[in-house]
Design a protein. Structure first.
Length: 150
């Protein structure tokens, strides 16, 4: 059956014994290799050569569902941010003669307050399973089953 398949290609026959292109890969001496290797040829009639491919998969590095870092904009954090902005001495911004220095002082004060009150934290396991298109209103509706009743 394989020979019939190759007859469709004029340059490869059931009696062909060689290929011009080769891929060599040494996996090492270990019997429990950290990599799995697959290779083969693509059958095409574009040219008299068969394109080769090799797939090397890392067996040890399983992808973990990583939880991204997020900022929590809670009411408490917002209030602390505003309190920090009220306590900033803005004289360094108001009394500076150079516009560039004034801008740098202004951005520095706001950035420090922002990073102090909205720290990067790892997203919770529960929230990491949420889909991007599900809004908080949909979550409430699912809990109360109002959409089902409508």
């Amino acid at each position: 059956m394989l020979a019939n398949h190759f007859n469709a290609y004029p340059y490869v026959t059931s009696k062909s014994a060689t290929l011009i292109d080769h891929i060599y890969c040494y996996e090492g001496l270990s019997t429990s290799s950290a990599y799995s290797v697959s290779s083969g040829n693509l059958l095409t009639d574009i040219s008299d050569h068969m394109p080769n491919y090799i797939l090397i998969r890392d067996n040890n590095n399983k992808l973990k569902s990583s939880r991204p870092l997020v900022r929590i904009f809670s009411e408490k954090n917002n209030q602390n941010f505003l309190n920090n902005l009220y306590s900033v001495d803005w004289n360094a911004v108001y009394n500076e003669g150079d516009v560039n220095v004034t801008y740098e002082n202004f951005i520095s004060d706001i950035s420090q307050a922002f990073h102090r009150n909205f720290k990067l934290t790892k997203l919770s396991r529960k929230r990491s399973k949420d889909k991007g298109w599900i809004t908080s209103a949909l979550k409430k509706a699912v809990k109360s089953k109002k959409l089902y009743k409508r």
